[in-house]
Design a protein around this ligand. Structure first.
Ligand code: PMP
Length: 390
């Protein structure tokens, strides 16, 4: 009986301290949010620039909803593609320096769409073993031969590239910023390897777009990588951009192929036009409120310096994702619960999201934070983990 099997699986997950639970948030999210009638200082959101609640995004969304309504009504290829979607695609292509960009309803779907839509049986996909679940799922779904190389290990990747069969396409896929570790992929070196072995390179810039690079155009801008060097650039809009959805940017041929062959693009309702309008307002802020990127950068430096001087086991990351390694699931959960008791939200990340024995507190910083917020978090951690803060 399915019901009995499910109950057993749930029990097993509970006993391993891996049981996942949602929280009901009762407010907009800035550095603070409201939960069960109480205000919390939070370090769990991916709203890295602190703009999900920005009056300009809210206004843009309201105005567009008044004009276009709420739902897009259909998929992009039927009658759901509005002038706002189109304008947003053009802006995203401009900002990323690519020929074209294509909107997807979520990043998860974009990754499935690209990998499974472009590759198939007889092709080869090579992915970093710490890639986001959606990239791994895309690789599996594609039917291509799917390999995972050791995290950020160019030698391991090259060894695998050397032994690939001559026939078929080759795609190397990485997170530009790894979602649970916060470190970056060595994109310039990966681009060189891809060229040397006649492979294409895809980077998922969910955690870099809006945040990294001089203008906020993300990891490709940070490393100065052209469309030729990084032909498939995926970014999400629900993190740094403060709204929702995702895009893929690249050549005319890439985008037309996705429109024809990417099933998660073709067979789903287009994002609401008002979400596209809010995202356009978010893109404006990348220019007009560049201080947000700068402030975030200085908070990252401050957090790292303070955490290191206090002796915390913070993983090596220069991005807004600053994980504190704990190890065991139960221990990570206990620290997170104790922080919550003290009015601070930090998510414990456990297997299967991360490897066994590497449960951690995923601390995310945002331009909405202040150095005093970081001091408050670190002071609480010093009390909870006195041995680490010695
Ligand atoms: N890629 C990465 C690296 C992510 O972290 C996420 C979101 N957690 C996604 C893709 C999926 O994006 P979305 O939330 O828009 O589906």
């Amino acid at each position: 009986m399915l019901e009995t099997t499910l109950q057993r699986r749930l029990e097993e997950r509970r006993s391993l301290s891996r049981y996942r639970q949602r929280r009901e948030i009762q407010s907009a999210q800035t550095s603070r949010l409201s939960l069960n009638g109480r205000e919390f200082l939070q370090f769990c959101s991916n709203d890295y620039l602190g703009i999900a609640n920005h009056p300009k995004l809210i206004q843009a969304m309201q105005d567009a909803a008044a004009q276009f309504g709420v739902g897009s009504g259909a998929s992009h290829l039927v009658c759901g593609h509005s002038s706002l979607h189109h304008q947003l695609e053009n802006r995203l292509a401009d900002i990323t320096g690519r020929e074209r960009a294509l909107l997807f309803s979520t990043g998860y779907m974009a990754n499935l769409g690209v990998i499974a839509g472009l590759l198939g049986k007889g092709d080869q996909v090579l992915e970093d073993r710490l890639n986001h679940a959606s990239l791994l799922d895309g690789g599996l779904l594609s039917g291509a031969r799917f390999q995972r190389f050791q995290h950020n290990n160019l030698e391991d990747l090259e060894r695998r590239l050397m032994t690939l069969p001559e026939q078929g396409e080759r795609l190397i896929v990485v997170d530009a910023v790894f979602s649970m570790d916060g470190d970056m992929a060595p994109l310039p070196e990966l681009a060189k390897l891809a060229q040397r072995y006649d492979a294409s390179l895809m980077a998922d810039d969910a955690h870099g777009f809006g945040v990294l690079g001089n203008t906020g155009a993300g990891s490709a801008e940070f490393f100065g990588l052209s469309q030729r060097e990084l032909p498939i650039l995926m970014g999400t809009l629900g993190k740094g951009l403060g709204s929702y959805g995702a895009f893929v940017a690249g050549s005319e041929t890439l985008i037309e192929s996705l429109i024809q062959f990417a099933r998660p693009y073709i067979y789903t309702t287009a994002m609401p036009p008002a979400v596209a309008a809010a995202t356009l307002a978010g893109l404006d802020l990348l220019q007009t409120e560049a201080w947000r990127r700068e402030h975030l950068q200085s908070l990252i430096g401050y957090f790292k310096a303070q955490a290191a001087s206090l002796g915390f086991n913070v993983m090596p990351s220069d991005t807004a994702i600053q994980p504190l390694m704990v190890g065991g699931e139960a221990e990570a959960m206990a620290i997170s619960a104790e922080l919550e008791r003290r009015g601070i939200l930090v998510t414990a990340i456990r297997p299967p999201t991360v490897p066994v024995g590497s449960s951690r507190l995923r601390i995310t910083l945002s331009a909405a934070h202040s150095t005093a917020d970081i001091d408050q978090l670190l002071a609480a951690l010093c009390e909870i983990l006195p041995e680490a803060g010695a």
